[in-house]
Design a protein around this ligand. Structure first.
Ligand code: AMP
Length: 552
């Protein structure tokens, strides 16, 4: 038997620290701008960032943190959080980003389950630390992301002993070589939002972190480059801000961090002041921004494109941004378990030759896989369905940036080597995937499936509707029928009948919802997704008008 012939290339592992080192060395004076929770704007460069991340790495070693130890962060998007993103994995520990929007009990569960040794937190989260600290006996220290004077000023009443981040790192000089180790070692730990059961941990490796950054930066993904100024609105405490803290240094892009003020005006002002060309966020962020633009008559002068995802981007937002503001919308889909990006809607050469309305319909979908992700939809019998844009079933994925198990759980979630996403989707002949629902939110009417997302999109395209959810309501004849729960805009006058008439001609007749309920607000998860499980509970006993007739 002949022995394999190996390539003769340098065997340099893919480590997260290499992303920041690359930016510090080759884009050393490119800026990182942060709106701090102290209220001012902070600016420094990749070179400064790497030096401070190294000081942090030295400080962690001095604290006794070892390779593989988990170190938590409870923080907004800002330069100190970025230093944690690199300083912690850079020295071999694991940066565990914690979502402060979860319930305190879930946060305590996560910190305890991850066995975090230290937790770094923004001072705005001090009240949360006060609540969860007594339930986290394994945490050796709580470190406030500020200087000693801020702590005296803002955290005087905290019963938990805290250290100052600035004091901690000031004791070190930043003369430090990033250690080189196996690229399969863990880099970052993120827990899912846990709408059902306890949150589960997705433990990324250095290799998956770097590969994801490469793929996410590609032209048909985010098309990030050194000529960009990137503002990730999506928080660094939720799925790595969709990889932007890694993509920006990989490409040498300027990075703009919005801190805690995510309202339309604050974001707009920061974007304009810092020449932001690219941003990414969930649809609700855009609702705020567009309302602000409409109210003030202002326009973007530098913004070129935006990734919208996390939940389905309503076509009305996409059309307004594309047609009225000239901003390219890249509808993206992914999940915590995928690092997180999976697909992005970018038109290929063939699609660009088609009429504009066809292009817009394609852009409304969740799009094409990026390199490194494979996907398929399977039917109830477990067999792969055709890519015809119509057959829909459960969406499965696989790839080097997809988890193969959850942190500290033995059972594997995989089915024949594929990860079941829990989403239901179609794939068309162009390879464009379209999420029709979370599998458990699909409405099954008379044996056929109705997409609740499609109906929600139609409801919010009504000019007087602010937000809408579509849920299955039980029905004696059809098993389930769609019910819309809508929140109206202030001063709206639309009636149930008018809203139902708005569906006519947009979907098949039997898809038109049976009823509309107007509500003051809708329940959301900690990551801003509609909490349909909760809505189904609230309206479990609700009797649809048709259901009464059918019963009589
Ligand atoms: P998370 O792990 O919190 O990022 O949530 C991932 C889930 O969010 C996915 O499995 C989808 O159900 C949903 N999701 C993310 N992006 C989209 C999108 N563009 N359209 C519809 N659902 C989405």
């Amino acid at each position: 038997m002949t022995s394999p012939l190996y390539g003769q290339m340098m065997d340099i592992p893919l480590l997260a620290s290499s992303l920041l080192s690359h930016a510090a060395r080759h884009f050393g004076d490119t800026e990182i701008v942060s709106r701090r929770i102290e209220g001012d704007i902070h600016r420094y460069t990749y070179r400064d960032c790497e030096k401070r991340a190294k000081q942090l790495a030295q400080a962690l070693i001095a604290l006794g943190v070892e390779q593989g130890d988990r170190v938590g962060t409870l923080a907004w998007n800002g330069y100190r959080h970025l230093e944690c993103y690199y300083g912690i994995p850079g020295m071999g520990a694991v940066c565990h980003t914690i979502n402060p929007r979860l319930f305190p009990d879930q946060i305590a569960f996560i910190i305890d389950h991850a066995r975090d040794s230290y937790v770094f937190f923004d001072m705005t989260f001090a009240p949360l630390v006060e609540i969860v600290a007594p339930q986290c006996p394994n945490v050796k220290g709580w470190i406030a992301l500020g200087d000693a004077s801020c702590i005296t000023e803002h955290l005087g009443n905290l019963s938990v002993p805290v250290q100052s981040y600035e004091t901690l790192i000031a004791a070190h000089d930043g003369h430090f070589e990033w250690p080189v180790f196996d690229e399969r070692q863990a880099s970052i730990l993120c827990y899912t939002s846990g709408t059902t059961g306890n949150p589960k941990g997705a433990l990324y490796s250095h290799r998956s972190t770097v590969l994801h950054a490469y793929a996410a930066a590609l032209p048909d993904s985010t098309c990030a480059s050194s000529s960009d100024s990137i503002l990730p609105v999506v928080p660094m405490f939720h799925v790595n801000a969709w990889g932007m803290p890694h993509v920006a240094p990989l490409t040498g892009a300027k990075l703009v961090m919005p801190g805690k003020d995510l309202d339309g005006q604050s974001l707009y002002e920061l974007m304009e002041a810092e020449g932001v060309t690219f941003t990414c966020g969930v649809p609700t962020v855009w609702l705020g921004l567009l309302a602000y633009l409409k109210q003030t008559g202002k326009r973007f002068t530098t913004l070129k494109r935006t990734v919208i995802g996390g939940s389905a981007c309503p076509p009305s937002i996409l059309h307004t941004l594309e047609e009225e503001y000239g901003v390219d919308v890249i509808h993206g889909w992914g999940m915590t378990e995928m690092s997180p990006l999976g697909t992005l809607a970018r038109l290929n050469f063939k699609q660009k030759q088609r009429p504009r309305d066809e292009q817009l319909r394609a852009l409304e979908k969740q799009g094409h896989v990026m390199f490194g992700v494979d996907m398929k939809v399977v039917g109830d019998d477990g067999r792969e369905l055709p890519w015809d844009g119509k057959s829909f079933g459960d969406l499965y994925v696989r790839g080097p940036c997809v988890i193969d198990r959850y942190f500290r759980r033995d059972e594997s979630p995989l089915i024949d080597g594929w990860f079941p996403t829990g989403d239901a989707a179609t794939i068309d002949a162009d390879g464009f995937m379209h999420i029709t629902d979370r599998s458990k939110d699909v409405i099954k009417s008379g044996g056929e499936w109705i997409s609740s997302i499609d109906l929600e999109n139609i409801a919010v395209s009504h000019p007087q509707v602010a937000e809408a959810a579509c849920i299955a309501c039980s029905h004696p004849k059809w098993t389930e029928r769609p019910l819309i729960v809508a929140v109206l805009k202030p001063d709206a006058t639309v009636t149930r009948e008018e809203l139902l008439a708005h569906f006519e001609g947009k979907v098949a007749k039997w898809w038109i919802p049976d009823d509309v309920i107007f509500a003051d607000e809708l329940p959301h998860t900690a990551t801003g997704k509609l909490q349909k499980v909760r809505l189904r509970e609230i309206y479990r006993e609700y009797v649809l008008p048709g259901a009464v007739e059918d019963r009589v």
